[in-house]
Design a protein around this ligand. Structure first.
Ligand code: B12
Length: 207
């Protein structure tokens, strides 16, 4: 696990996927690989970036290694999609924000729990959230923001949802590193989750 973590930090995507294959062959659980190696690796990358030891290209190549690792593990984390859906969830990262990894992980875990996940991507403006809610009629919306300057978009989206008359039957979940419980309450979201499992448990509790 430590080796895999280092490979992701170094951005060595080829070796990282190779190491994941070895860990799986040794009998490791795919969830443990995500939680004990991939996520801590990105935390370390963030720390290096903050300390100015890493720059944008370093972030990008580490993110690529993380994404390729996740793409490899995804089929093992997601349950048989033919089973009946527990409900639709629309997921997106707010306008101005290009961070994809955390949201994608939330999507994988919710899918594996049996929800139908409609991931509408990154840099999503309020109008596109509204369109997706109208089109898919989900039981919940999950919004992600990783930047302090983009988290305010979550409030914009919630206001637009209210104005469009779509708030009543919709649970709104928010997450991402700068977001917390107080902020979620302040903007009128229903739930703040620090990780995908808390979101999954919340949703399982409301259906
Ligand atoms: C990888 C990364 C990037 C990559 C993203 C690639 C990609 N495809 O996603 C790239 C290089 C593009 C990038 C760009 C930038 N980044 Co950046 N990035 C990161 C980094 C290192 C890791 C983020 C990550 O993927 N973490 C791993 C995932 C699994 O964790 P997560 O996203 O937090 O998600 C978890 C939870 O939060 C939760 N969750 C997430 N979403 C949701 C949603 C719901 C509904 C729920 C319930 C839960 C939930 O579950 C997830 C799994 O546990 C972080 C540092 C960090 N430690 O967060 C900086 C960081 C977020 N970036 C930062 C910055 C400053 C930038 C840039 C502005 C840099 C620049 N000068 O250009 C740009 C902004 C671009 C933009 N407009 O968005 C800062 C933000 C500071 C701030 N507070 O505003 C950070 C914190 C780095 C730092 N320490 O300074 N970045």
């Amino acid at each position: 696990m430590e080796e895999l973590k280092k490979l992701v930090i170094d951005g060595d995507n080829v070796e990282a996927v190779d190491r994941i294959q070895k860990l799986l062959a040794e009998g490791n659980d795919p969830n443990d690989i995500v939680n004990n190696a991939l996520i801590p690796a990105m935390d370390k990358v963030g720390e290096l970036f903050q300390n100015k030891e890493y720059f944008i290209p370093d972030l990008l190549i580490a993110a690529r290694a993380m994404e390729e690792g996740m793409a490899f593990l995804k089929p093992l984390l997601v349950k048989d999609e033919s089973s009946k859906s527990l409900g639709k969830i629309v997921l997106g990262t707010v306008k101005g924000d290009l961070h994809d990894i955390g949201k994608a992980l939330v999507g994988i875990i919710l899918k594996s729990a049996g929800f139908e996940v409609i991931d509408i991507g990154i840099d999503v403006p309020a109008e596109e959230f509204i369109e997706a809610i109208k089109k898919h009629n989900p039981i919940a919306l999950g919004m992600c923001a990783l930047l302090t300057i983009t988290m305010i978009e979550m409030e914009v989206v919630i206001k637009a949802i209210k104005e469009a008359g779509l708030r009543d039957n919709l649970r709104i979940l928010v997450g991402g590193a700068p977001v917390n419980d107080d902020y979620a309450k302040e903007i009128g979201a229903d739930f703040y989750g620090p990780d995908p499992t808390s979101a999954k448990n919340y949703l399982l509790g409301i259906i």
